[in-house]
Design a protein around this ligand. Structure first.
Ligand SMILES: Cc1ncc(COP(=O)(O)O)c(C=O)c1O
Length: 418
């Protein structure tokens, strides 16, 4: 494919053969007609959302009020939502729940993993990990030290350096399956095997993969995973996050936050805590009813999506993007920085350009939403559900115009939003 020129006709043919083409109609895309290559930040809104939220507010809140707890499925939603997206990440339905946010879930799982580890005093993580992952890990180690526990955090600058740092001192490893800047994807099987050899447990942040590319948590015997609901999964602004615990690690100790929703018998209002024996013990307080209803609209879509088709559509869209950047923008100072091989990359593609910030601003005015990351990177989050091959062509051609006509150099694009 790299040797030949790709035109609109070929993109239309690819779209006509796309087994997921009907899913685009399940989403309310931006009224401006802009192409939102922003799925790595906030996925699109499922069409059913306004109607479902209106129903929840009127029937659930206004009419049923407190009875909603008993008459509607509010309490079961964390389990139901988890079960509905489990196939996307290679989990059994009962081993994944939707609750809280990714930062809180990270805290819960890092501390839980620490409690059930076999040995070691080091928390090994990546120096370029997403900030909240680093902060939560730092905070956990600081707390342990303040309590007099021998604990240390260590950072690796690359996948290889992290693998080389694995030894018996390592208790817990915390990594992003896909890097939020470069889109570089870990070889999950390799890291899991190496971690097992030294008895370390791994907590994966799969935010930039779930709902875009195939993740196989059980197939790779992953220990723990967390991720955001609002990105590729389209759970809505501020959507709750998800967490996965391999069944062999469940019910090994109390959750770090022993909230009432994780109690064995929530409405017994028992005087003492008794954890639910399953992953539901990791829920904390009241579920976010309205947000869960929004997420449920997306989950109803995801339930009908084959993970294999999702993965191969994503591969097709992103390899087209790579090809077109070379074809349309190769001589204009834009280079691909995300990995070209599908199995090495996650949900977004990224390019490098010296004027990345102003280019991203100018793209907005040309109907393309992307995200700028300092110093010189632009990310395009690609959704296999609502993006088409034609979108990719249109997006890259608009980028070419912004670059070739030097539109990005205009004064009004120099003030850059992040
Ligand atoms: C990899 C990754 N982890 C965690 C987060 C933040 O998650 P939350 O705001 O749900 O705590 C983000 C946000 O973009 C992210 O990209």
């Amino acid at each position: 494919m790299l040797n030949e020129r790709i035109e609109l006709q070929e993109c239309l043919e690819l779209d006509a053969r796309d087994p997921l083409q009907d899913f685009r109609s399940k989403f309310a895309l931006a009224e401006t007609g802009a192409i939102h290559f922003d799925a790595n930040s906030m996925g699109a809104m499922p069409k059913e959302v306004p109607q479902r939220v209106a129903w929840m507010l009127n029937e659930g809140w206004r009419n049923l009020g407190r009875q909603g707890w008993a008459k509607l499925d509010w309490l079961d939603k964390p389990k139901m939502l988890g079960a509905g997206i489990a196939h996307l990440v290679g989990s059994e339905p009962e081993d994944l729940i939707v609750c809280d946010n990714t930062s809180i879930n990270l805290y819960k799982l890092l501390s839980y993993a620490w409690g059930i580890r076999q040995s070691g005093h080091v928390l090994l993580t990546e120096s370029k990990h997403f900030p909240t992952d680093i902060y939560i890990a730092e905070g956990w180690i600081k707390t342990l030290k303040e309590y007099g526990v021998d604990a240390e955090i260590k950072f690796a600058d690359s996948h290889q350096q992290l693998l080389d740092s694995l030894n018996k001192d390592v208790a817990v490893v915390n990594v992003s399956y896909v890097d939020y800047r470069t889109s570089l994807r870990w070889d999950m099987a390799n890291l899991m095997n190496k971690a097992k050899e030294v008895g370390a447990l791994v907590v994966w942040d799969i935010s930039h993969a779930a709902g875009a590319v195939k993740v196989d948590l059980m197939g790779n015997e992953a220990d723990f995973a967390v991720g955001c609901g609002y990105k590729y999964l389209c759970g809505g602004p501020g959507a709750p996050a998800y967490l996965f615990i391999h069944p062999k690690h469940q019910n090994k100790k109390w959750p770090s936050i022993a909230g009432w929703m994780g109690h064995f018998d929530v409405f017994a209002f028992a005087d003492r805590y008794q954890p639910n024996p399953r992953i539901i013990s990791q829920t904390t307080g009241s579920p976010v009813i309205i947000s869960n209803e929004i997420f449920a609209a997306a989950v109803d879509v995801w339930k009908k999506v084959s993970v294999e088709e999702m993965d191969s559509k994503h591969e097709s869209l992103t390899s087209l993007f790579h090809h077109l950047i070379l074809q349309e923008c190769g001589s204009l100072g834009a280079d691909m920085t995300s990995p070209a091989t599908h199995t090495n990359a996650g949900g977004h593609v990224s390019i490098r350009h010296q004027g990345a910030g102003p280019v991203s601003e100018a793209l907005l005015e040309h109907g393309v939403v992307s995200s700028f990351r300092k110093p010189d990177s632009i990310r395009f989050g690609i959704s296999p559900l609502y993006h088409s091959h034609q979108d990719i062509l249109n997006g890259v051609q608009r980028l070419r115009k912004v670059l070739s006509d030097e539109i990005w150099k205009e004064e009004r694009f120099q003030k850059v939003s992040v």
